[in-house]
Design a protein around this ligand. Structure first.
Ligand SMILES: [Zn+2]
Ligand SMILES: [Zn+2]
Ligand SMILES: [Zn+2]
Ligand SMILES: [Zn+2]
Length: 347
C-alpha cells in the first residue's frame, strides 16, 4: 500500500486513526480514497482536509463504538451509520467474550485492505443496503456446537474467528504445509469465489472452462473428498499456483484471484516509493538510520500487502536513536588490553 500524508506533512498509513505528529483525527476517506486528516466540522460532522476532496464525513459507528474501523460515511448517505465496508457485515463476533474484540479488529483491518484492493482494480462490490446485484456480505463466527468453515456461498463470506489468532493460524499453516497463511489472504481467496459468481458464471463460463476446467465434472463435493483422501494432483506445480488450487476449478480460480490481488497490491506499493539509495558513508550514522527507516517503511508496506508481520516493527524515538548511535560509535573506542595480557595476536 502507498503511504499517505497528513496535513502536517507526517506520514500516514492505511490503518492510521490519528497522526502521531499533530494528533489530528485521521482516517480513510471513502470519497477520495486517501488516508487524510479530518477537521472537526459542525453538527458532529468531519471534513476531509485533502483540498481536492473536502468531503463532509460522519465517523463510522464501528469506529466510535469499537475502534474497529478507520473509515467514514459520506455526509449525503443520510440513512447510513456504518461505512461502506462495515455495512457488509451480517454477523460480527460476540464481543462479550474476552479477546474477541481484538480478533475482530484484525479481521476488519484485513477485510478493508482486501476490499480496497478490489476497488482499486475496478471491481464492483454489491452493497446489501442498496438492494444491489449479488450483495456481498460477511459473517465472522466462532466454532461452537457446529464447527465453522471459512468459505463463500452466494455472496456470503464466512470467516472463522480463529483465523485472527496468530498461534492457531500458524498451527494450521504447518499442518497443511502452506507457504503462507494470512487473514488478508483468506479474504482475497473468498472474494475470488464471490467474483466467480458475480462476473464469471454469467458472462465468461466458456472461457473459464477452457482455462480452469469444467466445474461440473467432477462435482465440487467429489473433488473435495478426492483431495482430502489422496492429496493434491501429482506434479501440481506445472499447472497450478498452489496445491489447493488443484482440488477443483473453483478453488483454482479463487487461488489465482488471490494471487492476482497480491500482485497488484505489491506492484502498486512499489510504484508509490521513489527508488531508495542505500549509498551511505560508513561513518554517517544519521544516513544509515535514515536509509533504514525509509527501507523499513517500504518493506513493511510490502509485507502488509500480503498480510505478513512488519520487517522493521521498531519505532526509532530519540532515546532508541541515541542508543543505536552508541552502538555505532563503539568501533571508535580504542581497545584496551586487560592488565597483564598482551593484545598482540599469536602470543
Ligand atoms: Zn499530522
Ligand atoms: Zn477525501
Ligand atoms: Zn466502518
Ligand atoms: Zn475456496
Amino acid at each position: 500500500m502507498q503511504t499517505f500524508r497528513c496535513q502536517c506533512g507526517h506520514k500516514l498509513f492505511f490503518g492510521s486513526t490519528s497522526c502521531v505528529s499533530c494528533d489530528e483525527t485521521v482516517g480513510l476517506c471513502p470519497t477520495c480514497r486517501n488516508v487524510t486528516a479530518w477537521k472537526s466540522f459542525e453538527d458532529g460532522l468531519w471534513q476531509c482536509t485533502n483540498r481536492a476532496c473536502g468531503q463532509k464525513l460522519k465517523l463510522c459507528q464501528n469506529r466510535i463504538d469499537h475502534k474497529a474501523c478507520n473509515c467514514a460515511v459520506a455526509e449525503d448517505e443520510v440513512d447510513q451509520t456504518l461505512c461502506h465496508y462495515c455495512r457488509l457485515n451480517q454477523v460480527i463476533p460476540d464481543l462479550s467474550i474476552d479477546g474477541n474484540l481484538v480478533k475482530w479488529r484484525r479481521l476488519e483491518a484485513a477485510k478493508r485492505r482486501a476490499l480496497y484492493g478490489v476497488e482499486s482494480n475496478g471491481l464492483p462490490i454489491g452493497d446489501p443496503t442498496r438492494n444491489d446485484y449479488l450483495p456481498l456480505r460477511f459473517e465472522f463466527k466462532e466454532d461452537a456446537a457446529e464447527p465453522v468453515s471459512t468459505g463463500h456461498a452466494g455472496g456470503l463470506i464466512t470467516i472463522n474467528l480463529k483465523e485472527a489468532d496468530s498461534v492457531k493460524r500458524e498451527q494450521t499453516r504447518v499442518e497443511f504445509g502452506e507457504p503462507q497463511r494470512t487473514i488478508v489472504g483468506h479474504f482475497r481467496h473468498e472474494l475470488g469465489h464471490y467474483y466467480w459468481d458475480l462476473l464469471v458464471e454469467p458472462a465468461k463460463l466458456d472461457a473459464f472452462r477452457a482455462l480452469f476446467g469444467n466445474e461440473q465434472d467432477p462435482t465440487y463435493s467429489q473433488a473435495q473428498s478426492d483431495y482430502y483422501a489422496n492429496g493434491p494432483k501429482p506434479n501440481w506445480q506445472s499447472q497450478y499456483i498452489s496445491a489447493y488450487a488443484s482440488m477443483h476449478p473453483w478453488e483454482d480460480f479463487a487461488e489465482s484471484f488471490a494471487a492476482y490481488l497480491d500482485m497488484t497490491s505489491i506492484v502498486s506499493t512499489a510504484q508509490s516509493f521513489p527508488r531508495i539509495s542505500a549509498d551511505v558513508a560508513d561513518g554517517d550514522f544519521d544516513a544509515w538510520l535514515r536509509t533504514y527507516r525509509e527501507i523499513g517503511v517500504m518493506a513493511n508496506e510490502f509485507n502488509r500487502d500480503i498480510g505478513l508481520l512488519d520487517l522493521v516493527p521498531e519505532i526509532f524515538n530519540k532515546s532508541v536513536t541515541a542508543k543505536l548511535r552508541f552502538m555505532h560509535d563503539l568501533s571508535e573506542i580504542p581497545v584496551h588490553s586487560p592488565a597483564g595480557v598482551s593484545s598482540s595476536s599469536g602470543s
